[in-house]
Design a binder for this molecule. Structure first.
Ligand SMILES: [Zn+2]
Ligand SMILES: [Zn+2]
Ligand SMILES: [Zn+2]
Length: 126
């Protein structure tokens, strides 16, 4: 069975650093608060600050590494969640609604739900 969903790295599900004050309001249009980088920023899931990625000036990494309890952030480029304390992508149910809100803010539509393959395949082929 081919279960390739296109991610090279599986997110971990046991990150213990996910903030409890959720969901957060996404600000996908915000530039980096430090350098004004307009694209591919990250949002801290603890304090909502928007900062640039490690591929820009690395301001989000600086933020997370210098503050206790600020480890989990959301990418505006691919809506993945990263934990700096775990040094890994993470998946967490409590963060799903924030991720969903960010998707809607970014694309203007609901994220696609992963429909069961059988339902689609059986409906119209013949
Ligand atoms: Zn973690
Ligand atoms: Zn920056
Ligand atoms: Zn923060």
């Amino acid at each position: 069975m081919d279960d390739d969903i296109g991610f090279a790295v599986e997110p971990i599900t046991n990150c213990s650093h996910v903030p409890t004050d959720l969901p957060r309001q996404p600000f996908v249009e915000k530039p980096c608060a430090e350098c004004g980088e307009p694209k591919e920023n990250w949002q801290c899931m603890t304090c909502d600050v928007v900062l640039c990625s490690r591929y820009r000036q690395g301001h989000m990494r600086q933020h997370c590494e210098s503050r206790e309890g600020h480890s989990v952030c959301l990418s505006y480029s691919d809506l993945s969640l990263w934990c700096y304390a775990c040094d890994s992508y993470i998946a967490n149910d409590a963060l799903d609604s924030t991720k969903r809100a960010a998707y809607i803010a970014k694309f203007g539509e609901e994220p696609p739900t992963r429909a069961p393959l059988l339902a689609g395949a059986a409906s119209s082929s013949a």
